[in-house]
Design a protein. Sequence first.
Lengths: 235, 282, 271
Amino acid sequence: MLNVESLTKTFQLALHRNITVTALGNVSFSVEQGTCLNISGPSGGGKSSLLKCIYRSYRPTTGRIWYQSREYGRIDLAGLSEREILRLRRQEVRMVSQFLHVIPRVPAIDVVAEPLLLLGESSSEARAQASEWLERLGIPSHLWDAYPQTFSGGEKQRINLARALITSPRLLLLDEPTSALDARSAGVVMEILSDLKDRGTTMLSIFHDNRLATQLKDSQLNLTRPEKREEMKPI
Amino acid sequence: MTSPYNFAYLDEGSKREIRRAILKAVAIPGFQVPFGSRELPIARGWGTGGLQLTLSLIGPTDRLKVIDQGHDDSVNAVSIRNLVVATTHIETTDVTDQATIIQSRHRIPDDPLRPGQILILQVPQPEPLRHVEPREAQTRRMHAERDYSAVWLGLYEDIVRFGQITTGADYPAVVHHRYMIKPTPIPRWDLPKLHQAPFLTLLGAGRERKIYAIPPYTDVEPVAFEDYGFETEKFLSACRLCGSREAYLDELWDAKIQERIYQCSDTAYCRKRQTEIGKGDI
Amino acid sequence: MLRVENLGKRYGAGCSRCERDGAADRRCPYCGSVWGCRGIDLEVFNGEILGIVGESGSGKSSLLRCLYFDEMPTQGSARLYPYQQGTRNIFEASSQDRRAIRNRFMGMVYQNPLMGLRMAFSSSGNVAEKLIAANWFHVGSIQKRATNLLDVMEIPLARIHEAPKTFSGGMQQRVQIARALANHPPLLLLDEITSGLDLSVQARVLDLIRKIQREWQIGMIVVSHDLGVIRLLTDRTVVMRDGHIIEQGLTDQILQDPQHAFTQMLVHSLL
């Protein structure tokens, strides 16, 4: 399903002096369909960078990311055009991050329903499905018409999850999806995720809590801090 | 007898230049042709455009009729007629049918004109787009691109606001399916007379330095929406003098009997009808 | 749907040197001409929102004005699929054709509502004008569509016969959007539409634009100096500086992994 071959990511920071920072050094692994690969490692080890490279929020410096897509067959995400990446993001690849960026003053239920509308679903159907997901994730119904910017961290995180899950993605990238949730809500989320995995969704996850990771993971990737972090002289 | 002036006041070169502009205007129906407007012994804005057309076209055998708002005897009409007569010594007439050239302001005679006659209209503002676009370069571009939506919009706003088109005079029309005109402040009543007319119509604006023309047998179509068509003014009463119901009527207030009264705006037409029905001159 | 190639706009006479030495300077040192934008290559896909970001004076609006024929570019081409299946450069079209393209295939929302609206006419008239320009000649249908559009843009129906000069800035901007959308154009150009609006009105306008894009599947170019607006609205972003494009990519990639030193500076200035 997903084959990563010697992926490297370096940043050229040119603000004061030219600095090259290596975030990922030569990472290779593969993930089977319907399984979950958990990524662990120290902070600064490049866990989020890896997910962002796959989602293409970061531009991979070298290496290949082979992905078996429904739409285009086997393709290299590292070299795919922006147009096709956008299509894949709409239809099969979703990322859940810790942050929620939405237009202010849009009700939560519409925020969750939006990805379905983009896929051409009618607004009544999209709203119906959105309320189902909000219900499953335990968002109280009196909050559905409120604005997510006023929500607590845990509620925002669940809105983010609902937005991703509503399109039943084939590849799900989870960057600490439960960091702000209490044990009970986290348990609900883990149940939903493993249910999704059983139905064929492939996942890459980062959990701050090892016990949660164990519930979901089928394999493990340990990232260490890349040793190269060199400074360059100004040109 | 020797006159200090050339025949028809203007020098021959000026007349020739104006006639050239007229030919161009006839060749491109409805198109606004710029011309070098001459100084005349009357002020600009008092019919100099029409007068220059008349002076450049008139010959010793022509017979001229001058009307102002339908009247042959108003001050303006009389002054213009006197000027032409003083410099040409041609004959004038009040009778529409006998004239070869008819110079008019704001009206087309209610008696039908015949082939060969020339109708000359005095125009204050020839540019139909001027009130929506003050820049000449822009209005030229708009004419070139047939960008007339702003004029339509004016009518649309009328309909939406008042339920009907309130533009009385200066109603926009399209000549020969191409150029839009607002044929001077003639009432809507007179607009259909220009459509497929057997006579030549020339319109001159002296202050604005423009001439345009509607050649004989040319389509002149008033601007109209599919669900709000063009309509002429309707009069509920007849002329109090000649009893006509087929002419454009002026509304007057009779202070003696405290009542609204109506009479023909075209005095020559009214007088002719009165003679026909044996009422004689007033 | 829109493909722009090597677009450039020069203000001034130009000379052989500034024709040739493309990338050198904004102002040609030999003849003093200034290039508003230069060497612009970009594409907009169906139903996609493309952001153009940059400082004031970076050539964003110059580019947009060229695309809407408010100015004619000095060089370059643009192909718009609905116009002759994209086989012809729209800048080589006749002036009548350009007018038709403007009226049917594009809508423009200016930063300054004075540019995009006829202040003396009513709001519904402002929308109607676009329809009339596209040969709608039935007052009933024009009125129905204009009312409908203004309603979508949340203009109170009681006020649609009032002139936009009596409206607030946010309402004027929404009337402008209704006017721009009148003929359901496949491409909408938006120039700094939220600057000058207070925050609550801003949010409403952004939500409306998002809704229009979703429901109508219209391609849009959003010009803004506000990275927050760009982040919320756009899928892809072009970064401009000194009249050139210095970077383009997915919006989240531009914000999280900016490549060019200037973009890094811009992103790190985000509040």
